[in-house]
Write a protein that binds this ligand. Sequence first.
Ligand code: BYC
Ligand code: FE
Ligand code: FE
Length: 475
Amino acid sequence: MSSIDYTDKIPNNVNLSEDRTLQRALEHWQPSYLSWWQDMGPDGSHDFEVYLRTAVSTTPEGWAHFGHVRMPDYRWGIFLAQPEADRRVNFGEHKGEAAWQEVPGEHRANLRRIIVTQGDTEPASVEQQRHLGKTAPSQYDLRNLFQVNVEEGRHLWAMVYLLHKYFGRDGREEAEALLERRSGDADNPRILGAFNERTPDWLAFYMFTYFTDRDGKFQLCALAESGFDPLSRTTRFMLTEEAHHMFVGESGVSRVIARTCEVMKKHGIEDPAEVRKHGVIDLPTIQRYLNFHYSVTIDLFGADQSSNAAIFYSSGLKGRYEETKRDDDHLLKGGSYKILDVKDGALTEREVPMLNALNEVLRDDYIRDSTAGIGRWNKVIEKAGLAFRLAAPHKAFNRHIGTFAGLRVSPDGRVISEAEWAGKVAQWLPSEEDRAFVASLMGRVVETGKYANWIAPPVVGINKQPVDFEYVRFN
Ligand code: BYC
Ligand code: FE
Ligand code: FE
């Protein structure tokens, strides 16, 4: 069961051939998916052979195979992590019951909503990134972009499998709709805010994969705790792939910083305008990109007080990050949690019932994890002997979901007037001018082993290959 057969029309480790109805339904969806990929997947990639990893097994040892693949021939499959013997529902009102192998009737609508929301983000990110191949700073980076894109496509398959197998006709309709919504489309947008934003350039791409794919990590970890075992197994395997996406982001931003610092040191300059003249991205612009991606991503955790979150938890559908490692009753009925609030125009703290604060709990776990990487980026600047430091903006900065929606808050956490905001927003979020400058640096580098001027080469290659390996063959 652990090795996957790539001669199947839909590679899988779920015994698809034993369920003909399901197999037919998925084979019916497959051409729609491929046509979506053709239209909305990576632009102009059709003749490229790319050094990609493909999942060949779901056991931890050697799950992936690397090799050059013609992009349109990539094979998307359905892979669930190995079942855990005697798995239980580990939290909420059903705690202690055997984990569900079928959807419990009373939780069907909520579960479908969670799966659809998760599924919607995957194709959305591919749409957001579809034009980036045209300005890749190297073959190595182009390969990483495409790796992320094909795996987000596979994550869509993962959710569509659940919809088709467990949700009958509604599930099939939702699977169709996942291919119909479009990132940024005014009439039929993707479900969550961040997935309708643009990813206009490679700095935005690295920030997205660092911050927004990390929302993926935390949401998937919460779903991996689910009492609905097929969701748990699917998301556990998705998490194996997710680590690389966040690596692309962290190392990408780090390489941009390293190159900027190198130029600043070499020429003894700190003024952003001077730095820009050398064709690298100044550190304040990097900070503004960080502010943007951080704030739109923490919105993805939902409202700070949410009855949905309480219901998802109590009914055993969605747990906390590392639920089973936590030392409490896993029911959380009497507990409380401190959230930020606004009172008389100032930020204060307030205790609210824990169950209603679970979106905030997950957001806080996310914030701890994502700020750690900012510290690692600062090490690069520090090592170069420069005084500049990057920082996460205040949690209430630039929020559009929850208590702070509609409130103006500075990156250092002061509630401010509309006038102050308007006067300073260009220092805090990427301006049109910043974006135009970054765009002006984006040119395509296709020669093997060459890297664009604004980014340092990576420290190591992919799968122990050298950094000047032929990661992409352009035909
Ligand atoms: N934008 O009660 P609340 C990934 C809506 S990323 C727009 O707080 P809830 C990936 C909300 O729907 C991981 N709307 O909601 C990364 C609700 O609407 P209704 C994605 C938003 O349900 C990179 C209303 O506001 N996975 O995998 O507790 C590349 C009230 O809010 C937003 C998941 O998200 C927003 N940001 O929480 C590729 C996991 N936030 O009902 C992939 C599944 C909230 O009033 N989703 N709303 O119309 C969930 O668990 C929950 O749906 C959420 C929202 C945590 C997202
Ligand atoms: Fe994903
Ligand atoms: Fe991802």
